[in-house]
Every structure is written in C-alpha cells, then in structure tokens.
Write a protein that binds this ligand. Structure first.
Ligand SMILES: Nc1ncnc2c1ncn2[C@@H]1O[C@H](COP(=O)(O)OP(=O)(O)OP(=O)(O)O)[C@@H](O)[C@H]1O
Ligand SMILES: [Mg+2]
Length: 453
C-alpha cells in the first residue's frame, strides 16, 4: 500500500484530504507543521508528500527544498490558494511535482496523487538519461509532459505500461503535439534508459545516405564513404531508435528496415559482419499511415511491426483544459531561459487562448507565450502582448445554411429584397447601398417580381 504524508496547519483541510485518500486505499500520515512533517519522513518513507504552501514557521517551499536535499526522489504536491499563479510557478520552479488549488477537488486530488505516484518511475528514469546538450535544468524542462485531461492521463498510463517491455511504439499526432517529447519519455522511463537513444529524421536524407545512417558503412562502399562508419542502429545498442516522420521512408528503405526487424540483425553497407539488432524502435508520424498502406505507399508488414503499441496524441484543440497548465509551465520554463520574471497571467488571457484552433498545437502555443514574454514590460502576461496567428477557418466568413448551394440569381433576389425592406422601399437609398442605378434597380424588381410587404 502506498504511503502518503499530508502536511497542513489547517486541521480541516488535513482531515478532508486524509479521508479522501484513505477511501482510495492509501495509507496516510498527518503533520500540522513543516518541521513535524520532515521529522516523520525517515521513519515513514512516504511515496508522496502533499504539503500546504502557506504555513506558520516553515512554508511549503521550505518543506519541498528539504525533501529535495534528502535526495529520496519523493514527489511533492503543493497546495496553493485558488488562482495564485505566482505561487504555483514558484512551487514548480522549486521542484514540486504538481500543485492543487484549494478548495480541494476530490477528483483532481485523486488524479494528481495517482499521477505523482505513477510517474516517479518515469522521472527517476529521466535523471539517468544522458542527453548530448546543456544543463540538467534544460534537460528536465524539455522532458516534462504537461496534461491533466483524460486523454493525456491515458497517455501517461500508457507510457508506464510500455516501459516494462520493449515493444515497438508508433506515435501518431498532428505537428507540434509532442511526439518527440513522448518518444524521449518512453525511452527514459523504459528498462534500458541507461542505453542510448538515437534519432533519425526519415525525411532529411536521401535514400542512399539514409541506409548508411541506419546501418553504417565500410570505407569505399560508396563515393561518400571515406571511413568506416557506425550506423545509428549500432549506436543505439539495446536502447531506442527514434524514427521521426516514418511515412517519408522510400519503399526500398522500408523493405530493408522490415528485413532487419524480422531477422533482428543487419550488416553495415559494404560489410558482411552481422550485427545483432536489440533496440526498441519508436516511430512518429503526422500522416495517416493506414491510408498510405491502402494506397500502396507504405508496406503493410512494416506498419504492423512498428505499431505493436500505438499512442494517439490528440490535437491541442481537443484538450483545451490543459492550456492553463501549459501556459504556467511555459512561463516557468521560458522565464528561466530568457531571464525574465513574468509570473502573473492577465485577465482574459486563458479564455482567449482557449478560443483558438492551434493548428500548430503545443509548439504554436509555446511560441505565442515566448513572443508575449519578450514583449512584456512587467511581470504580467498581458492580453495585448498575445499575438495570434489567424487560421483560415477563423478568418473565413461563416456561411449561413440558407446560402449554401444557391444560384447567384437566387442570392441577388434575396439580397435586393432585404435591402428594400430595410430601407422601407426607399429606392434612392436602396440603389445607393446596392451601388446600382435606379433604372437598374427597377429592372431587377421587375425581373424578380419583388413586392412591397
Ligand atoms: N504536453 C506537453 N507538455 C509540455 N511541453 C510540451 C507538451 N507537448 C509538446 N510540448 C513542447 O512543444 C514543443 C513541440 O513538441 P514536439 O517537438 O515533441 O512535437 P512533435 O509532435 O514532434 O512536432 P512535429 O510533428 O512538428 O515534429 C516542444 O518544445 C515540446 O517540449
Ligand atoms: Mg517532431
């Protein structure tokens, strides 16, 4: 049974949370101050700590930083006042796993607790992954998956499920939905996260170069092969190979890849030494692969081998309730990167963002927030600084049902009748509005047999 330590100076809140968690089958422990809570940790060894932010004596951030110093990897959920974005950002900045706003919503509490306990494995995995670039902080920022909507929670669970066995995974989703991020999380939460993850963008290279890139080559095997070269499949070892934009593979390369997957071995181009293939293959696409299979552009056998497990990332417009959390997260991440301190969200900003279609999905939202941060003159994310991309569907006039499938004559008749009615049959005014002469207007009235009501 998982153990949860709850710290809050307010007895009523303590009791409410305690009751909910006990009913859910967790073993709970209570403390009425930060200091008291911290003392309990070594003996209880909780799987999760939930702490209030504002307490006399040591506050939530104090508790959080002590727990982080202990280096136990225990996730912390912070309780904050409703709508207090600054505290929320501060908490997450300080390393809280999540935050919950008071008054506590039982369902949210349940989800957050479940997610926190479930994700520890994922985040522990993360810390061990070796990434080529930059600091630990940037690495963490780029590997946080935000999402509390049902669809995203399902994805969290699936990442957990896949982590146990090394099945191949196909990630589907529109551009900017987070496919690459998910691929990294699958790798880093998996059993071989200490092994490398290599990425190949299938649209970036020509067919012959791609084969070298996949399997490596021997010196002289083709004009560009000046030295022996290890391919990405070899470099991946027992880790993961991420094939991005898999739909762009030529049919020829598809056949070669299929053979390697079937035989679990390959050779460098121009070589005859057999190299075993043990890596997990993660693929991503923003195309409809089934359709490509039907059209004969993608090999069905390969498709079946790649989609042993499929993750369908919904577009952002289908999970708008994640927008607020994403904005908070991007503020936190981008403030740090650009050394800014925008910690408040202006009135109407979230509603405005929720009203958009986001054809570029999470990436477009992130860029919009970045632009707004750059333009902001104080610590508020102002509505005026939010510049939205018009998308065709928004700028296009909505066509009322009446106008669909009508002839021009029908529309002309309808329009002239309306203008005449609105001007109370003042023909001078009507002809001015319609920008036609009076004789023309008279002719049209005749032609369409328009009548005064
Ligand atoms: N749920 C999320 N939480 C936090 N950040 C996210 C989330 N989804 C996407 N991002 C961020 O949005 C950006 C785009 O994500 P990513 O590159 O993974 O998308 P993609 O689906 O691979 O896009 P494309 O099809 O254009 O290659 C990245 O900066 C990523 O970290
Ligand atoms: Mg991508």
């Amino acid at each position: 049974m998982e153990k949860i330590l709850i710290i809050d100076d307010d007895k009523l809140t303590l009791k409410v949370i305690d009751d909910i968690l006990q009913r859910l089958g967790y073993q709970t422990f209570n403390a009425e101050s930060g200091e008291a809570g911290l003392k309990l940790i070594p003996s209880i060894k909780p799987d999760l700590v939930i702490t209030d932010f504002q307490m006399p004596g040591m506050d939530g951030i104090g508790v959080l930083s002590e727990i982080i110093t202990m280096n136990t990897g225990i996730p912390v959920i912070m309780l904050t006042g409703y709508g207090d974005v600054a505290l929320t950002i501060k908490s997450i900045q300080a390393g809280a796993f999540d935050y919950l706003e008071k008054p506590i919503d039982p369902l949210q509490l349940k989800n957050a607790v479940h997610l926190a306990i479930h994700s520890v494995k994922i985040s522990r995995g993360l810390n061990r992954v070796k990434f080529e670039s930059s600091s630990r902080e940037t690495m963490l920022d780029n590997n946080v998956l935000i999402g509390k909507t049902p669809a995203m929670k399902e994805i969290f669970k699936n990442i957990g499920r896949i982590s146990m066995n090394k099945v191949n995974v196909l990630i589907k989703g529109e551009s900017g939905t987070g496919k690459e991020l998910i691929a990294r999380l699958i790798h880093s939460s998996g059993v071989t996260s200490d092994q490398p993850m290599v990425t190949i963008n299938c649209s970036a290279l020509s067919e012959s170069l791609l084969e070298s890139e996949f399997f490596g080559h021997l010196k002289g095997s083709h004009p560009g092969a000046l030295h022996d070269k290890q391919g990405k499949f070899e470099l991946a070892g027992e880790g993961s190979i991420f094939l991005d934009e898999i739909s762009e593979l030529s049919l020829n390369t598809q056949i070669k890849l299929l053979r390697v997957i079937q035989e679990q071995k390959f050779e460098r181009v121009g070589g005859d030494k057999t190299i075993p293939m043990r890596a997990r293959i993660i693929t991503a696409t923003n195309k409809n692969l089934e359709a490509l299979v039907r059209e004969g552009k993608f090999r069905e056998e390969l498709y079946l081998r790649l989609k042993v497990f499929t993750i369908d990332l919904p577009p952002l417009r289908e999970r708008k309730d994640d927008i607020r959390d994403l904005v908070v997260f991007f503020l936190f991440k981008l403030n740090r990167r650009f050394n800014r301190n925008v910690v408040k969200i202006g009135d109407g900003v979230i509603d405005l963002l929720k009203s958009q279609r986001w054809t570029g999905n999470v990436r477009e939202l992130e860029n919009t927030i970045l632009q707004a941060i750059v333009m902001s003159k104080n610590d508020v994310l102002e509505i005026d600084n939010i510049i939205l991309n018009p998308t065709p569907s928004e700028t296009a006039v909505v066509v009322p049902e009446f106008f669909r499938f009508r002839t021009i004559a029908e529309l002309e008749k309808y329009h002239i009748q309306r203008i005449l009615d609105e001007t109370k049959w003042n023909k001078l005014e009507a002809s001015r509005i319609l920008d036609i002469t009076r004789p023309t207007l008279n002719a049209k009235i005749e032609k369409y047999s328009l009548r005064r009501p």
